[in-house]
Design a protein around this ligand. Structure first.
Ligand code: SF4
Length: 210
């Protein structure tokens, strides 16, 4: 965790960072994952959404850590799910933040310990994050955050039959699509982005009904 408040940066702020694979981003970090990220990781692990959450997360929201504080996916050769690693891992050592009115900004925290990579000012924040392949991740992170802001006051109890459908269950892409989606149009082979888009569509429609 950062040990000092970080300075705010914007997309045009000078920044560059050359990773040396020191794995500082993978130890003693609380990695929060949204449904899109869970679905990506579940596919990477060749398991289902619910099984992934049960096996690899705490409360379905944070990636588990090993006893030494390292991420459950940190192996001898580095991240074992590198192609599907979550947004916060991609943009490390930067932080990405979004306000409730949709304004995005970045931070460059003073980490403890600091990573061994080379910090510089050869580019700008936007260059750095684009290099990390974050566009789809950021888009879904923002969409889920926007839904969460709207839903947090009445997320529980949305079931139209009067049964309690917990907020936690609403984050399960497959359960929500299975329960509320048009089954005829849902193909299990749909890719993660298509399923997450459908999930968000259903979640947002549910909000219109309450
Ligand atoms: S998912 Fe990969 S990159 Fe992210 S903390 Fe875990 S091991 Fe590190």
């Amino acid at each position: 965790m950062p040990n000092k408040p970080a300075k705010k940066l914007n997309a045009n702020s000078a920044f560059s960072y050359a990773c040396t694979r020191c794995s500082a981003c993978c130890v003693n970090k609380k990695i929060q994952v949204n449904p899109y990220e869970i679905a990506r990781l579940a596919a990477s692990c060749k398991t289902g959404f619910a099984a992934f959450r049960a096996e690899h997360t705490i409360d379905g929201v944070f990636l588990k850590q090993k006893s030494d504080g390292s991420c459950v996916f940190l192996g001898a050769g580095g991240c074992e799910v590198h192609a599907d690693r979550p947004l916060v891992c991609r943009i490390f050592p930067l932080g990405r933040h979004i306000t409730e009115n949709g304004k995005v900004y970045y931070s460059n925290p003073v980490w403890n310990p600091m990573p061994n990579g080379k910090y510089g000012k050869r580019g700008v924040v936007q260059d750095y994050i684009e290099d990390q392949g974050v566009v789809e991740f950021a888009s879904f992170a923002d969409a889920y955050f926007k839904w969460y802001c709207k839903a947090r006051d009445y997320a529980d109890g949305l079931d139209e039959n009067g049964e309690l459908f917990e907020y936690d269950d609403l984050l399960n892409i497959d359960a929500v699509i299975g329960r509320y989606g048009n089954i005829n149009s849902f193909d299990q082979s749909q890719n993660v982005a298509e399923r997450a888009t459908l999930h968000l569509e259903i979640l947002n429609n549910l909000l219109k009904e309450v």
